[in-house]
Design a protein around this ligand. Structure first.
Ligand SMILES: [Zn+2]
Length: 505
């Protein structure tokens, strides 16, 4: 297995360089040769000699772990050895994706003719009493729909469709799910699950709409506002300059010394910097970087906790396990990040920030927990919309609008909130197609992990013994995570099949 490891290390080295180039691109807007490096990586994948070695090993190995390693490597190399035509399509896809991500990262929305950052939009949405202004701020995100389409978004969709079909799949969704080692029927029944939740969900939403807005239903531009009404702690001003101290203190309770890890934080807004939150896992165990856009509100700690979760995970992985690390599901990555992100609502985190009145805050946080539990499945229409882009013919921006609204109406049974929905601002449709399910399934995963731990240890909360919980995470989740496909790992940890049920807990 020595040679196969060397092949994997070469890929990792190239990915590290690419990851650094992407980091620069996303934090400054400068592209110092991403396309060239992508080509180099593709050329390496295309090398006949490497692929042949993997195929040879596939016949030879007997050890279970070695078999797994060979499978992971084969899955990575195989798509490059189907045809030269496919390789050309892939290169076109990469090129167009980089171009469009640049369009997205440098675009700035306008409200009443004034440029606004994503942080400012969020602040308007959560604090502005005037519904009209909130609506304007929310809908400003639709301004990117047309530029994205004008720059080639539909071509990108079509290239991906073509690629999947020529690679022998029914559609691009099946292709991506196969690459992620997920069953193609894993989303079956999700729409029904949402429908079963609707009555309860709408009861709570109506209650808050009446109480805080004197109307009967919440629009998308009302939800942040209403949350900040029943939980004003979210918009409370905090000093973000000492974010690192806050994070260090929190993670130390789990036995994690953040300063031991080489995690770079770039957390304040700038021109030409991406408006999202990211972790760039440059090199496991050596270099991890976090991009965020925060200002001064408590809620913004959510993204810092989530991305720090990614950073910590990256340092807990053994860099020597190059191949198995390639086999870790995106759901596990997002699950661990969401686990830490969820502490935004946990006394275990905020007690130290709001020492004086943290008891009043508990009440607000309980309402928030309930709110998120009941609204969690509202992510389903976006997940399905992302998939349906690849299952329907798209000729114009109007076709995309139709797919969006049809999905929205079918799943949530709500009327369209505008003529044109906001969709293109969500960068995943461009850079990470068929990925959005990872967040929701990540939520399911961390809830399952907590539940399993508590059941085994007779505890009510994992924070009763946080260090022991982290031990459990290390041994039962992080360490074996590359050895099994997601659904198998899920069953190994919980003893049960994957199910959305855990979201109700
Ligand atoms: Zn994440």
């Amino acid at each position: 297995m020595k040679k196969i490891k060397e092949i994997a290390e070469k890929i990792q080295n190239l990915q590290t360089i690419l990851s650094k180039l992407n980091w620069t691109h996303y934090t400054t807007g400068f592209d110092f040769g991403i396309e060239e490096k992508q080509k180099e990586l593709i050329d390496f994948y295309k090398k006949e000699e490497n692929y042949k070695h993997i195929l040879k090993k596939e016949k030879e190995v007997e050890d279970e772990i070695d078999k797994r390693k060979v499978k992971i490597m084969k899955d990575m190399f195989e798509p490059y050895h189907l045809s030269e035509e496919l390789n050309e399509i892939r290169l076109k896809i990469r090129k167009l994706t980089t171009k469009l991500s640049n369009v997205l990262n440098t675009f700035r929305y306008e409200v009443d003719g004034k440029k606004v950052t994503s942080v400012e939009i969020y602040q308007i949405l959560s604090t502005e009493d005037d519904e009209n202004l909130r609506k304007k701020a929310y809908m400003s995100r639709k301004q990117i729909n047309k530029p994205l389409v004008d720059n080639g978004f539909i071509d990108l969709i079509n290239l991906r469709k073509e690629f999947a079909q020529k690679a022998g799949y029914d559609n691009f969704v099946d292709y991506k799910l196969d690459k992620q080692e997920l069953s193609s029927n894993i989303f079956e029944g999700w729409v029904d699950e949402v429908h079963q939740m609707l009555e309860k969900m709408n009861k709570v939403r109506t209650k808050y709409a009446q109480k805080y807005l004197n109307k009967s239903e919440l629009k998308p531009w009302d939800t942040e506002y209403v949350q900040a009404q029943f939980a004003p702690v979210l918009k409370r001003k905090v000093n973000m300059l000492n974010y690192k101290e806050v994070l260090n203190n929190f993670f130390s309770k789990f036995g994690i010394n953040l300063d031991e890890y080489n995690i770079t934080y770039d957390i304040f807004s700038r021109n030409n910097k991406s408006e999202w939150g990211y972790n760039f896992p440059i090199e496991y165990g050596k270099d991890s970087r976090i991009l965020a856009n925060v200002k001064n509100m408590y809620k913004e700690f959510g993204v810092l906790l989530h991305e720090s979760g990614h950073g910590i995970h990256a340092f807990k992985l053994d860099p020597e396990n190059v191949i198995l690390n390639f086999g870790i599901s995106g759901i596990i990555f997002e699950g661990i990040a969401n686990l830490f992100g969820s502490f935004l609502h946990d006394e275990f985190f905020y007690k130290d920030i709001f020492q004086k009145d943290y008891k009043d805050i508990s009440n607000q946080m309980r309402k928030l927990e309930e709110w998120f539990r009941i609204n969690s499945l509202r992510a389903v229409p976006n997940i399905l919309f992302d998939q349906r882009l690849y299952k329907n013919k798209i000729k114009s921006i109007d076709d995309i609008t139709d797919i969006y609204w049809n999905t929205y109406k079918e799943v949530l049974k709500e009327k369209p909130y505008a003529e044109q929905p906001i969709w293109a601002y969500r960068i995943h449709h461009t850079t990470h197609p068929i990925y959005l399910h990872n967040y929701l399934m990540g939520d399911v995963t961390y809830k399952m992990i907590k539940n399993t731990y508590n059941k085994k240890n007779g505890t009510d909360k994992i924070t009763e013994n946080p260090k022991d919980f982290m031990n459990f995470m290390d041994k039962k989740v992080i360490e074996p995570s590359g050895r099994y496909p997601y659904e198998e790992l899920f069953e190994k940890i919980s003893g049960r099949k994957f199910s959305l049920e855990y979201l109700k807990k």
